[in-house]
Each structure stands twice: as structure tokens, then as C-alpha cells.
Design a protein. Structure first.
Length: 306
């Protein structure tokens, strides 16, 4: 058996693959563990619509009853959004979830693995995992970074949240040879804010140029991903000092409650949302839409270069 024996591709995505139409992969951890119901469903559907309105086809990825799904029905999205039992599935969890015929939402790492198999090269998300604060002692480094090092997918995100150590995250990406591109910015965006104080490697203002860079990288057989960081739209940024305070408070609570491992990111996200009374959630939704929009434009150019 091979990968395809475990895979169900949605008919719309299947057609797009056949016709070499642009496709944008979307992750599902954000649906099950990144946002509360019903905003999670509304956002997942809205993001798919954003991709379609750009002339690309959305492929939201998840594991349902042991089957790898590339492209979900609205019912499957609802299922992932409402079922408390859905596991957060990163690289290490994939085989177990599938063998045990369970359901799981995919992180950036596992979404990249599946997208790559389906030959989908552009993927939009909110924020990637990275090196956590204190990661030099805890070794809490997201498998997302290792996947970016190895797997040929372009990930469009709004940078990473300040729940992470952004400086160590950039160092790790550099060591692993992952290009970090700022779309119309020379500064790494910090998710809720367009500024982090850290520079990206390259500022690129054109989606065609980004597509050409992807093409060139993989033509040269330089395997691994490319990270495109896209600042939150103007007017939707949150106040940095308020956010930092919320994040610090959330980290203290996580420490007090001994939250570690895969639980830490979802815990911090929901705490920050609680502390900011939903303001962080509104910003989160806006930036994901913005990333889906940019990813679609890159995918459109890339499909014409093929
Ligand atoms: N960062 C966010 N929102 C998210 C995640 C990260 O701002 O929903 C999710 C993504 O699916 C990401 C995962 O791939 O958390 C990283 O988890 P970990 O740090 O356990 O690898
Ligand atoms: Mn971790």
C-alpha cells in the first residue's frame, strides 16, 4: 500500500489537480484547537470562499475515521469544529491516528506532509509553531520547523505569535535553510502586530516573484519549504503592550497548571482570547483571510509557471 490508499481527495480538488488549476491547502488544527465554536466553522468556510473568489480551489486537510482527507465537505468541517475528541495531529501522530481509524485535525507540519503528497505547493495558515520561550532549556520546538526544513510546500502565515521566542525561531529556520520572505515588509510580522523588531531575510513585493522563487528553489532540487510572512491588515493590529501583557499572563497560567507538550499552544491561544475578550480572535480571523488571499495569488502564478 502507498500514501494514496489512505487518501480521499474531494472531487473539486481532484478536478483541479487534473486540470493543473491553482489549489491552496488549509490546515484544520485551527478549526479544532485554535478557535471556539461557532467562529471556527464560520472562519473555515469564509477562508475557503476567499480562495475560491481568487480563482483557486481550497483543500482543507484533516484525518476523518482514519482516512486522510484533502478537501472537506461542510459537514466534515462542522464535525471537526464541534467534536471535543478530535486529536491534534502533527507528524508523529499521523500513522497512529490513521492506523487506529481515529479523527484528527492537522497542524502545519502534517498538513504540509499531506499537501506535498497531493502535489499542492501553496498552503495558508494563521501562525506557525516555532521555538517556545525558554526553548533552549525545554527543547519545545514545534515539528512545524522541521517540516519546513524538509517538505516542498510554501507556507503563508502572519509570522508567529509572541507566545514563541521569535528570535530563536528565526535562527532555527536559518540553520535549516528555510527562506523567510516578508510580503511587502522587511520585518517579521508578529501575528497580532505587523512588527516584531526582527528582520526577515527578504522583502518581496510581488506575488509573481514569490512564485518564481518557489519554482527556482525546487527546480534546483533544494528541498524544503519557504515561509512567506504576511502582516495583519492595517487597522486590525492589536496594541502590542496589551497583547504582551495578555501573553505573559497566559504563560504564567500555563506554568501554574503544568501545561506542556501539544497542549501548550491551544491553551495559550484560548487564554489570550479570554484575556483580550475576543479581540484577539477577531484579529486572528482577519489575518487568516488575508493569508488565504495572498496564498491564492501565489498559487495562481505558480500554476502558470508549470
Ligand atoms: N499558532 C497559532 N494558531 C494555531 C497554531 C499555531 O497562532 O492554531 C497551531 C497550528 O496548527 C500549528 C500548531 O501548526 O498549532 C503548532 O503546534 P505545536 O507548537 O504543538 O507544534
Ligand atoms: Mn511543542
Amino acid at each position: 500500500m502507498t500514501f494514496s490508499d489512505y487518501l480521499d481527495i474531494h472531487p473539486d480538488v481532484e478536478d483541479a489537480i487534473k486540470d493543473k488549476k491553482p489549489i491552496v491547502a488549509l490546515e484544520s488544527t485551527i478549526i479544532s484547537h485554535g478557535m471556539p465554536y461557532p467562529k471556527n466553522v464560520e472562519t473555515a468556510l469564509m477562508v475557503e470562499e476567499t480562495v475560491r473568489s481568487n480563482g483557486a480551489i481550497p483543500a482543507t486537510i484533516a484525518i476523518i475515521n482514519g482516512r486522510i482527507k484533502v478537501g472537506l465537505t461542510d459537514e466534515e468541517i462542522e464535525f471537526l469544529a464541534t467534536n471535543e475528541e478530535i486529536k491534534k495531529v502533527s507528524r508523529r501522530d499521523l500513522a497512529i491516528t490513521i492506523a487506529q481509524k481515529q479523527s484528527g485535525s492537522t497542524t502545519v507540519a502534517s498538513t504540509m506532509i499531506i499537501a506535498n503528497f497531493a502535489k499542492i505547493v501553496v498552503f495558508a495558515t494563521g501562525g506557525i509553531g516555532g521555538v517556545h520561550r525558554g526553548g533552549e532549556n525545554t527543547l519545545d520546538i514545534s515539528a512545524d520547523l522541521e517540516e519546513l526544513a524538509n517538505t516542498n510546500v510554501c507556507v503563508v502565515c502572519a509570522g508567529a505569535k509572541a507566545i514563541l521566542d521569535l528570535s530563536l525561531t528565526l535562527e532555527y529556520l536559518e540553520t535549516k535553510g528555510v527562506p523567510v520572505i516578508g510580503y511587502k515588509t522587511s520585518e517579521l510580522p508578529a501575528f497580532y502586530s505587523s512588527e516584531s523588531g526582527f528582520d526577515v531575510d527578504y522583502k518581496i513585493d510581488s506575488t509573481l516573484e514569490i512564485a518564481e522563487i518557489l519554482k527556482t528553489k525546487w527546480n534546483l532540487s533544494i528541498d524544503g519549504g519557504v515561509l512567506v510572512t504576511n502582516p495583519i491588515p492595517v487597522g486590525f493590529e492589536l496594541d502590542t503592550s496589551i497583547m504582551n501583557e495578555a501573553i505573559n499572563q497566559a504563560i504564567v497560567e500555563a506554568d501554574n497548571e503544568n501545561i506542556t507538550g501539544k497542549k501548550i499552544t491551544p491553551f495559550l491561544l484560548s487564554k489570550v482570547n479570554e484575556i483580550t475578550e475576543g479581540k484577539s480572535l477577531d484579529a486572528n480571523i482577519k489575518l487568516i483571510q488575508n493569508n488565504a488571499d495572498l496564498a491564492s495569488k501565489i498559487a495562481l502564478h505558480y500554476s502558470k509557471l508549470e
